[in-house]
Ligand binder design. Structure first.
Ligand SMILES: [Cu+2]
Length: 146
């Protein structure tokens, strides 16, 4: 238990240090701009959907607060709206998450914007995603933070 508390404190400090340095990431009014080519594409765990994944302000993403765009399509390639996404950032090799909760906004046309993803350490991160609403499934979006 003591280890968990210590790790939490360390994460908080790291995060403070990081936002102190970069200040400008995410959280503003305008939506971020994503590149046209996806960083990665994947199928959801039960195959109900395909996800195209893009990141901003950089792709591939660098450490700090990032935004992730998911474009969800069904087996026919038709964009799927009406999904309720719950996203937990996770660092599997180290067994910890992020100290802030991402916010998720449906943008229409199958586009979902996940903001305030606090990837404050380099390494492999996952977005463990639960899908409810129009489709019930789950997915793990994985990427490397440099
Ligand atoms: Cu870590």
């Amino acid at each position: 238990m003591r280890n968990v508390i210590a790790a939490g404190l360390a994460l908080g400090l790291l995060l403070l240090g990081c936002t102190g340095e970069s200040g400008t990431a995410a959280g503003g009014g305008a939506d971020p701009t994503f590149p046209s080519a996806p960083l990665t594409t994947l199928k959801t765990d039960h195959g109900a959907l395909s996800f195209e994944v893009r990141t901003a302000p950089a792709q591939p993403p660098t450490r700090g607060l990032i935004s992730v765009e998911i474009v969800a399509t069904d087996a026919n390639g038709t964009p799927v709206d009406g999904l309720d996404l719950a996203v937990q950032p996770w660092m599997p090799e180290m067994g910890h998450g992020a100290s802030t909760k991402p916010s998720i906004e449906a943008k229409g046309g199958g586009h979902y914007l996940i903001s305030d993803v606090a990837c404050f350490m380099p390494g492999r991160w996952e977005l463990r995603t639960t899908i409810a609403g129009a489709v019930k499934d789950s997915a793990t979006v994985a990427f490397q933070i440099h």
